[in-house]
Ligand binder design. Structure first.
Ligand SMILES: Cc1cc2nc3c(=O)[nH]c(=O)nc-3n(C[C@H](O)[C@H](O)[C@H](O)COP(=O)(O)OP(=O)(O)OC[C@H]3O[C@@H](n4cnc5c(N)ncnc54)[C@H](O)[C@@H]3O)c2cc1C
Length: 376
């Protein structure tokens, strides 16, 4: 069992990995989370935080997602989920029309709970989920809550401000990772290193394999957070007004809205992510069209932001041991379901590191996300 584990990246994957390691660690096991910029500074602080039990059913990660949705419910009990905005929500797909003609059709009676939208514009409403199978968290608060709890166990420390520049390899065995070197040249010894660098996971040089870094890229998306004067109910909305636009009212009275991805190149670090004001203005204007409450002058925009989804080549996350580098582990590439699938990722990695095998999922599900054959 490794005595010192370095987790690279303090997004939601790094936080969940540190959290489950801290819960399952015995004796002198130490975990150091190394974060280049700040805790939850990337997508983990700027995501929607929507969770769905069964929306990945039928795919490679169907069972993994179900297990993770249930872990979120367990975590909400043990960590007091209210403090990070965990709640079950009703989820709708809403089609609104902005043509000149107004609909004579009012929102159907059974959907009158979404009457905070411009009811004259609504053409159809379909229920996508209920409180039985959809939920939400505030991702930034969730990430902080996990890390705070992990640090409180005494097994975990978090170091922010210096990124990992490279991996260190043993002299006797050049495939064995024995630590990391930071941007300032400081070296940290480790018995195991876990890469949880989100979209930056593909930028870390590996010995002799500069051209064969992890197969992960980033895809940028914008979002805004609004604070209306009136409270909006606990609902998640998927709208057809702009490709991929989603709206999540939160328990703190804010309303989160995100839009489609674009092709802007991944910058070197999270603090260099550029926000295109045209994209956030478009979101603001769409929000006003959708809802008189959001259109009101009293609605403040409290955040305009952008972040990058971590994308793997085949769209399936990479969770497990690197096939060619000993003592190197990976938890990345979760695309648009990273908040949902972070608890199971952290639990899987903690089992692999501390027990030598993953037992929380069936072997087929473990195999589906195994980096084996998917990393060179
Ligand atoms: C607009 C948007 C909405 C989303 N909505 C949802 C949603 O509703 N539900 C859901 O489940 N998922 C959602 N997601 C997806 C989710 O946000 C991501 O999958 C998840 O946050 C990825 O977490 P991560 O920890 O892998 O990466 P990140 O959050 O990107 O964290 C990586 C961390 O690594 C650090 N790092 C980078 N390089 C180094 C280095 N060299 N050394 C040390 N640290 C380094 C970074 O600074 C960063 O803190 C959304 C994503 C976007 C973009």
């Amino acid at each position: 069992m490794p005595q010192h584990i370095v987790v690279v990246g303090a997004g939601v994957m790094g936080a969940c990995t540190a959290y489950y390691l801290s819960k399952r660690a015995t004796g002198d096991v130490r975990v150091t989370v190394v974060e280049k910029t700040a805790v939850a500074c990337g997508a983990s602080g700027k995501a929607g935080g929507f969770l769905a039990l069964d929306w990945n059913d039928g795919s490679e990660i169907g069972e993994l997602t179900r297990a993770s949705f249930n872990l979120h419910a367990e975590l909400a009990k043990s960590l007091n989920g209210e403090r990070y905005g965990y709640r079950r929500v009703e989820t709708y797909s809403v089609y609104l029309s902005f043509g000149s003609g107004k609909s004579n059709k009012e929102i159907p009676r059974e959907n009158s709970t979404i009457d905070w939208l411009d009811t004259k514009r609504v053409r159809s409403v379909d229920t996508l989920g209920t409180v039985d199978n959809t939920a939400q968290v505030h991702p930034e608060l969730f990430t902080h809550a996990l890390l705070e709890d992990a640090v409180a166990t005494g097994h975990v420390q978090v170091r922010c401000g210096q990124g990992v520049a490279s991996l260190l390899y043993g002299d006797d065995d050049p495939t064995k990772v024995i630590g990391v070197e930071l941007d300032n040249g400081e070296k940290i010894d480790a018995d195991a290193v876990v890469i949880c660098m989100g979209p930056w996971s593909g930028t870390l040089p590996m010995k002799g394999r500069r051209r064969n870094m992890l197969p992960i890229t980033g895809s940028r998306a914008h979002s805004i957070v609004m604070k209306p004067e009136k409270t909006v109910p606990a609902q998640a909305l998927f709208t057809a007004i702009a490709d991929g636009s989603r709206i999540y009212p939160r328990p703190d009275g804010t309303v989160y809205m995100c839009g489609p991805t674009d092709t802007e190149e991944l910058p070197q670090s999270a603090d260099q992510v550029k926000v295109d004001s045209t994209a956030t203005d478009t979101l603001r204007s769409l929000a006003s069209k959708i809802s008189p409450i959001l259109a009101s002058d009293g609605t403040q925009v409290v955040a305009t932001q952008a972040c990058y989804l971590p994308i793997s080549r085949d769209g399936v996350p990479l969770i497990g041991a690197h096939p060619n580098h000993q003592q190197l582990y990976i938890g990345t590439g979760h695309s648009c379901w990273g908040i949902l699938n972070s608890p199971i990722t952290g639990l899987m990695l903690s089992e692999l590191l501390l027990d030598g095998r993953i037992s929380c999922l069936d072997s087929e599900s473990v195999e589906a996300v195994d980096p084996k054959n998917r990393c060179s």
